[in-house]
Design a protein around this ligand. Structure first.
Ligand code: SAH
Ligand code: SF4
Ligand code: F3S
Length: 453
């Protein structure tokens, strides 16, 4: 039975670090806490419960968590704010969090979100810090409530979680566990719920999203085709894929499924075969080139994004130049690049030939300059063109809406609020600081996503 105090609206602040799966997980945590009376707020100050949904991928990412906890400690002392640490740092360093920040009330790994209400209640009773970093992935999805309405026109949906690839630099197989695919039925059910709640675009998420497979062994291509039949859904995307799992059927889906957007994030990490091998990526640079060629043959307007690591142990100047060559040849619309960060417990951290920091800095600067040049050129090429834009939310200035092109470019345009959730033909007129500036050409009809070049 709820008494009158527990029925009071409680303020929940979630701060999300890391990848899009953490963004999805944060939304699901808010969903499971809603029945207990928790409503999301923007600020940690004044909140009843603050959850840090953490990332462990690079050293800086996890250090941030401990400094943030230090900043939150006074809130706890002053207002009794309850503090929870979720996500991948919680999974990897649960005990260390309790040792270094004993004032934390709840520590829970990415597979324990459905137990949040219980863990929070336990901590509220003053029964001491609650820690749950068990690993039963499938159970979690069975216990998640329907996504709340009003999450906007663009939604995330986790279809696959975990990783069996064990790249030698990466903590994800340890923090998220073994590969797990949700069933096609469960995914379609959640997709329909999202569309009913207002989603026009769904991004399918997984650490290796294209390793997803259904009960009959069907792959991601089949799932995309099935979801594309959902009426009202305009756009589908998927991330993050691995080159090794890019199969023929998925490539074919890029050719024949108009709702599948012509933008793909396909991490390659390096252009040098010796480094790819030492990373245990399971493919060569030429194999990546061949996959890109087939994707572009299937969908000529496909734009690519990728992840790169510079300064992996043993990387020579010549190896790094192979990466620069690959970038020059391929052409990326966007990309993320990182200095290699040794992670405790991963094989690469034990390699003796670590690359000095100043060399990593130099390589990163050179790579980022090249990638920025490509990104600017890609964006500039859109100027003067009319492209379908999915409008999502108010822009930074009054009267503006912000949206995305099929190639994930941010666009802002003068448009009334009721255009949010619509895909409209928009002429791109200028390149602004962080987005393209556009003018809606025709608001009487929904734009077709697929146009003849
Ligand atoms: N599952 C995805 C990537 C997940 S992590 C994939 O397989 O591609 C996101 C990116 O972080 C990686 O692609 C990699 O570029 C980077 N990354 C992971 N571990 C890292 C480390 N130890 N140091 C630097 N960058 C790292
Ligand atoms: Fe990490 Fe490699 Fe798995 Fe990606 S494929 S999550 S980089 S181990
Ligand atoms: Fe970070 Fe975990 Fe995602 S380590 S990148 S939050 S899977």
């Amino acid at each position: 039975m709820l008494d009158s105090t527990s029925r009071r609206v409680k303020k929940l602040h979630i701060k999300t670090y890391g990848c899009q799966m953490n963004v999805y997980d944060s939304a699901r945590m808010a969903d499971v806490l809603a029945p207990l009376g928790y409503a999301p707020v923007e600020k940690a100050e004044g909140a009843d419960l603050v959850i840090l949904n953490t990332c462990h991928i690079r050293e800086k990412a996890s250090e941030k968590v401990f400094s943030e906890l230090g900043r939150l400690k006074p809130l706890k002392e002053r207002d009794g704010t309850m503090l929870a640490v979720a996500g991948c740092v919680a999974q990897a360093e649960g005990q260390e969090i309790l040792a270094r920040a004993p004032y934390v009330d709840v520590v829970l790994g990415p597979q324990a979100y459905h137990r949040l209400p219980e863990l929070v209640a336990r901590a509220a009773r003053g029964a001491g810090a609650a820690l749950d970093t068990d690993f039963p992935v499938d159970v979690k999805f069975d216990h998640l409530p329907a996504p709340a309405a009003g999450q906007g026109p663009s939604a995330f949906l986790t279809i696959q979680e975990g990783c069996d690839k064990f790249c030698t630099f990466c903590v994800v197989p340890y923090t998220r566990g073994a590969e797990f695919s949700r069933t096609a039925d469960a995914i379609e059910h959640e997709a329909r719920q999202l569309v009913d709640a207002g989603a026009r675009e769904i991004t399918l998420l997984g650490q290796n999203v294209n390793a997803w497979h259904g009960a009959q062994g069907e792959g991601l291509g089949a799932l995309v085709r099935r979801l594309a039949r959902i009426e009202g859904l305009a756009r589908l995307r998927y991330t993050t894929s691995h080159p090794r799992d890019m199969d023929d059927d998925l490539i074919a889906a890029h050719a024949d499924e108009a709702k599948l957007m012509p933008f793909l994030h396909l991490p390659v990490q390096s252009g040098a075969d010796t480094i790819l091998d030492a990373m245990n990526r399971g493919h060569t640079a030429d194999r990546f080139r061949a996959i890109v060629a087939r994707l572009r043959a299937a969908r000529p307007d496909l734009a690519l994004s990728s992840d790169f690591i510079v300064g992996f142990p043993g990387e020579s100047d010549a190896d790094f130049e192979r990466t620069m060559d690959l970038v020059r040849e391929t052409g990326f619309a966007q990309a993320f690049s990182f200095k290699y960060s040794p992670r405790p417990g991963t094989p690469a951290a034990m390699i003796e030939r670590q690359v000095p920091e100043d060399v990593k800095d130099r390589r990163l600067a050179a790579l980022q300059a090249l990638l920025k040049e490509q990104q600017d050129a890609f964006n500039a090429a859109t100027i003067g063109r009319t492209v379908p834009v999915l409008f999502e939310k108010p822009g930074r200035h009054p009267g503006q809406l912000a949206g995305k092109t099929p190639w994930l470019q941010a666009v802002h345009a003068l448009a009334p609020a009721e255009f949010a959730g619509r895909v409209l033909d928009t002429k791109i007129v200028a390149l602004a600081a962080n987005s393209l500036s556009g003018v809606v050409v025709d608001s009487s009809v929904e734009a077709g996503e697929r146009r003849s070049a």
